[in-house]
Ligand binder design. Structure first.
Ligand code: 6GU
Length: 224
């Protein structure tokens, strides 16, 4: 999968996507992330990409011209499954959407800043608008990193048995069960006996019960 990201602060995406599983996905060639500086398509030599909003009011708006040129150029080179705009008024991102997007060949993600991007770009280019939750970030970059990570780890071959997505919270609409490691007794706090029993069937049943109970307690909305 290839993910192109357009941003005025590409540096914000480097570290989140440059380590651990995202790093391995990219070095294995399973995920190719290309971050583009929007200012290369600026309207003048000062690198201008934003302007005052019509109708007045505080805050700048990202102009049509640079975004349209950027999207046109990248779209001429490949066809995108989705052209995504990261925005707090988009649809709430969830594991279902991550699963669907992980089947894509090419994704293009636009990161907004200031008051956002000119509505005409949203109307004529954007195919999907995503929010990562009901709070406001300074820009779309951190949200784009979240979405890229959530999608990237689902690409076949990225995770191994050890990091398998199959047992993640949400993958089966349940939260993950509690986990423990050595020592079996820490300050008198003991690991549940059943996990030490070696009975795989019992362990599996226990984990399912725990996952169900945890989901009922913490996220009843996830249970029909
Ligand atoms: Cl996608 N962008 C911004 N700026 N803020 C957000 C968001 C996105 N999702 C939640 N808050």
């Amino acid at each position: 999968m290839r993910i192109d990201i357009i941003s005025i602060i590409p540096e914000l995406l480097e570290s989140p996507l440059g380590h651990s599983i995202m790093k391995r996905a990219q070095s294995k060639g399973l995920l190719n992330v290309h971050v583009h500086q929007l200012r290369q398509w600026a309207v003048n030599e000062y690198g201008q990409v934003d302007d005052y909003q019509y109708g007045g009011g505080a805050g700048m708006v990202m102009m049509c011209e640079p975004l349209a040129r950027a999207i046109d150029q990248l779209s001429a080179e490949r066809s995108y499954n989705e052209i995504i705009y990261m925005t707090p008024d988009g649809q709430r991102f969830d594991q279902r959407t991550a699963n669907r997007l992980s089947l894509s060949e090419n994704l293009l993600i636009i990161c907004g800043h200031y008051k956002g991007i000119d509505q005409r770009i949203r109307d004529h280019y954007i195919t999907l608008e995503i929010s990562i939750g009901d709070y406001v970030l300074s820009g779309g970059e951190l949200a784009a990193a979240v979405v890229t990570d959530a999608i990237g780890r689902l690409i076949p071959g990225v995770l191994n048995d050890e990091t398998s997505a199959l047992t993640d919270s949400f993958q089966d609409d349940l939260l993950a069960p509690p986990v423990y490691t050595r020592p079996a007794d820490f300050r008198g706090w003991k690991v549940p006996e059943i996990l030490l029993s070696g009975d795989l069937k019992k362990v599996e049943d226990w984990r399912y019960e725990q996952a169900l109970q945890r989901t009922k307690d913490r996220r009843p909305d996830l249970i029909d």
